[in-house]
Design a protein. Structure first.
Length: 353
């Protein structure tokens, strides 16, 4: 089968690889109909390996070496392993990609994304940028008929965004600012809008992304290149600063801007992955009693079903998808524009083309 295989920094090849084989107990074999790529994939391509276990086996998945990318995908059930119930052959399902054990302290507490043996399909094991993929059935959810293939491919990143908004503990009527509204940031903005956060402030360097942000529910849009960005964010919130600032750009200066912007007693949610350690003023955070929390991945049982429902019942997909490309173009029309920050939104891949 054809697949996009990560071999190292700036070395992703579309090549013929062995099929994944029959599904094991509790697994599904999916015929992938769409996959999407994100900033994590682009980061691995541009300056990885960061998470991909090329040199040594991953402690949870056991995988080592080149890996088929793709942790955001939807497919048709081709086969089900022993003991797997609830899925019919040919049924479309989305995959949450994060595999957890279900029995450790974090799993028992409902925080499966922090599982002691967590791994991600498409990073730590072969993923869905291929014609076929194997996945645990437990992290898959059925796709309603009204949800298109393109839209369904967005369920996993939208679930990540919903988890980030939950981590903010925001309540309806709270003011929130989202720094960086391309890629995952657009989903966070949309998720925040569904929670009734207002005013909702979008910050980015790209005018097209900011225009999309307005359509997604932003009340105010701000150019991140402003020389006094923190002051502009505070002014847009009524001068005291937003209750919530969600940093999803990964830009080196953004965590400090988030801290300078947020109100006393407010909360910063760090989503963007920093390429290097970032310095912030913890003295200021302490004396203003600012909460700083991080977020990673999503809780499949909670966030993935809600993501599917939103994609089925709204026009979110049509607002955030930049393009649909063939698998063979995954580097030049997918990973490269994401890494160079020229992509206007989500890039979806059709592995059959």
């Amino acid at each position: 089968m054809n697949a996009a295989v990560y071999h190292g920094r700036r070395d992703v090849r579309v090549e013929v690889v062995p099929e994944p084989g029959d599904p094991g107990a509790g697994e599904l074999l999916l015929e992938v109909v769409r996959a999407s790529i994100c900033g994590t994939d682009a980061s691995e391509w541009s300056h990885g390996p960061i998470q991909i276990p090329l040199a040594r086996p991953h402690p949870a998945s056991g995988h080592r070496g080149p890996v088929v990318l793709g942790h955001e995908f939807v497919g048709k059930v081709a086969a089900a392993g022993e003991g797997t119930t609830g899925f019919a052959t040919g049924e479309r399902v989305v995959c949450g990609a994060g595999v957890s054990c279900g029995s450790c302290a974090w799993c028992r507490a409902g925080r499966t994304n922090l599982c002691s043996s967590y791994y991600t399909i498409g990073l730590h094991a072969h993923g869905g940028l291929a014609q076929l993929v194997r996945t645990p059935a437990a992290i898959c959810r059925a796709v309603p008929e009204r949800c298109s293939d393109d839209d369904a491919a967005l369920a996993q990143p939208l679930a990540v965004a919903l988890h980030a908004v939950r981590r903010s503990e925001a309540q309806a009527g709270d003011c929130a600012a989202v720094i960086g509204v391309g890629g995952i940031g657009a989903f966070i903005l949309a998720a925040a809008a569904t929670r009734g956060l207002t005013p909702l402030i979008a910050v980015d360097v790209d005018a097209a992304r900011l225009e999309t942000a307005r359509k997604l529910g932003a009340d105010v849009v701000l150019d991140a290149r402003s020389s006094s960005l923190a002051a502009a964010i505070r002014a847009a919130s009524g001068n005291e600063g937003p209750d919530i600032v969600i940093e999803s750009s990964g830009a080196p200066q953004s965590p400090a801007i988030a801290l300078e912007s947020v109100r006393r007693g407010g909360r910063i949610v760090q989503v963007g992955l920093q390429g290097a350690p970032s310095q912030i003023d913890l003295f200021d955070a302490t004396i203003r009693e600012v909460d700083i929390v991080a977020t990673v991945a999503h809780v499949c049982a909670q966030d993935l079903p809600e993501a599917v429902t939103i994609l089925e019942t709204t026009e979110l997909g049509s607002l955030v998808i930049d393009r649909v490309i063939p698998l063979e173009a995954v580097v030049e029309e997918g990973l490269r524009p994401l890494a160079e920050r020229s992509a206007r939104g989500k890039i979806v891949v059709d592995p059959a083309v």
